[in-house]
Design a protein around this ligand. Sequence first.
Ligand code: BGC
Length: 854
Amino acid sequence: MSVIHAGKTSGMSNREKRNLERSRRVATEGMVLLQNNGVLPVSVSSKAIALFGSGARRTVKGGTGSGDVNSRVVYNVEQGLEEAGFTIGSKKWLQLHDENCTKAFYAYADNFAKIVKEQGWAGVMTAMTDPYRDPQEPAITDDDIRNLDNHFAIYVVARTSGEGSDRKKAAGDYELSEIEVTNITFLTEHFDNTIVIINAGGVIDTKPLRNLKGIGAVLLMSQAGAAGGLALADVLTGKVTPSGHLTTTWADSYSDYPNASTFSYMNGDVNDEFYNEGIYVGYRYFDSFGITPAYPFGYGLSYTDFEIKTSDVKLDGEKVVVTVAVKNTGNTYSGRETVQVYVSQPQGKLKKAYQVLAGFKKTSLLSCGQCEELEIRFSLRDIASYDEEKAQYILEAGKYFVRVGNYSRNTKIVCALEIDNTIVTEQLANKLAVDTELSLIEADESKFISYPGEAGQKAAAKVLAVDASLLPVRTVDYGSAPELMTTNKDYTITLKDVLDHKAGLEELVAQLTVEELADITVGSARGGMGQNSTIGAASSACPGAAGDTTSDLIESRGIMNISLADGPAGLRLSKNFVTDKDNNIIEGLGDSSMGNLPQLLGIPVPERPEDAIDYYQYCTALPIATHLAQTWDLEAIKEAGDIAGEEMEEFGVTLWLAPGMNIHRNPLCGRNFEYYSEDPLVAGMCAAADTSGVQSHKGCGTTIKHFALNNQEENRTHSNSHCSERAIREIYLKGFEIAIRESHPKALMTSYNLVNGVHAANNCELLADILRKEWGYEGLVMTDWGTTDPAQQEFKYGSSNAALCIKASNDLTMPGSQRDVDDIVHGVGKDFSMAQLQACALRVLKLVAETYQE
Ligand code: BGC
């Protein structure tokens, strides 16, 4: 019998209603106004309005795959506008497109079923690489727009993507399709203003929009979760003034990105990914190589204007403290502004990017004329650069210009911090050496962007001398190894004894046999992923959750299992499941998050007993991670985490497999929507905020993922990310380090890929040395799902292995298989010591104990 947390009432609960409203509010904060000639905000008129585009009715709430959330309702744009009082005059067109999509979906589903029936589990993987896409929309005709309000038309471009495949640099995905351009052009010719809404999880090519006369406004709605349509209407009507800012550079042309032609499948090689751009990722590249983007990092408009004045910059120990006064200088709309602080470092032995983001803060809602003072603090350590030659983080001698503004290309220099002699902030050891020759690019100052007056600002900047003695060098002890746990208690210790403080957790671990320890360090899906469990849904305790820890030791040791469920756009569970009268979950009944996949895989559907009981687990679909980051509002992100945490508590989930925090390295990565930004500080701070929201709930924790350099989806389980140690540390690991330091997430998930030749899951330098020793991380580390499964076909690089996970202090192999358990049992004394295995099991049991502690 399982412990059931879900409720039996099928109606919408107060918690669902409340969280929908909370997520609506967060969603409004992350929408980014990219262009506006004054047409926005619009008011409700008596005439019916024109609403077109694939996202108008088929609004995308978030991406696909494990990042999808099964919410009860999703408000599309059409419904949102209707709720706000508009009459939609283009329903015939919307209906036609909807019907075409439904037909196309059935055809896709039939084909999917065929592949899965023929190929079994391998077919699921194959089908995942070709997700369903809506067919082309119909052309808009004169008939469709008769008698409509001609002041404005709204056109919604929608895009979706998901794990397992990268986006295509093609019409209908990264680019607008011909019919989309034709339809938008048609609207610009027939309406005074065309408002284009972008309902996408990442960057699209906006060139056709920027070149078209008659576009009144462009608003990045992003993918806003269940309340998306309602939130969009709030912004369009001015109920909420837009205040989102981009967290990724939107290039003028795709070819402007530094790895445009080599990313993932673009060069025909999905085995090896060469990070030749080094530290020049996102705005670090565009600014340093003098390339003008369509919309720069940090950019976003408002309905009102702000004045940003820096009143003070001072040093406080190793911290820089910037005080800024922000005033709403408009006379119609209240609004919020984001202040961003960048630092331009001196060039020296190491080449630096033109600028890096060092801190940010968002104002509260300012009414017209209102002013607010913000204090933004950052540590000098966080802007130090990594010198591979000496394995040191250093602040080189010279002037560090501090810039303040509201986006990366709109800043003013407010002071210069001066360092006399190079300061070593951290002495490390070289780790993760690159396993091949890279052709690293390097910028010099001659390529840097500039703006009129920059030289004058530099010359006039007030200089603050940095006192090196306030930044003592940090060192790391890589030597310590776990010690064997022992106990002198001669009775069988159970988890209850530990919870009752009769024995220590270490004592319980000390009594466990190799087999028991191996059991604990492998998830509960003993049949293996291809047999009786499926990716993203291997939990039997909490249907729809991605997995559980073992329940094999409940009887002998009282060690209960814990459930792990996906995110990051909310909690991913089955909406409904069924039990028998004794509360035994009947697998295969109810509304599984896996649709009819189990049946297609040949898993028989059981009969529904007459006295079966239905349970419900409706969760809130939140805005996607990129959308959350675009709020630049850590409190709002914390609130999103709080929503997920509240629902975890309600449904008995211990670990949320979120947030995802990989860097937006290239806009075609299929999972960028699940990640925050191209900037590690933004990624780290957002993950920390999300974590503090979740972990404010008893026993609940986040699992920051995918550690690390998982920036492509094609061949994700066997691709080798070749990257310099400097870029790994400054760009790809930095966000994780920040999130850990700021919020202590309970867990971390390793990625599928290899990092410089070694699988992340088995990478001792990445996990045992950097994560555990350098950062002092004591939480649980787990693998991504099925990463230890032997490859189904020939790959250049093989798979990881459960025994080598233990060696690397990767505590939990998920979702687990008997082979993993056997590998661990056989690995003791060969691949790793008993003490290392105990240490891994202890970290798993610590979370189990925290879950069941009163
Ligand atoms: C994804 C993870 C996810 C896991 C469990 C994997 O395919 O990469 O992000 O948490 O499945 O569903």
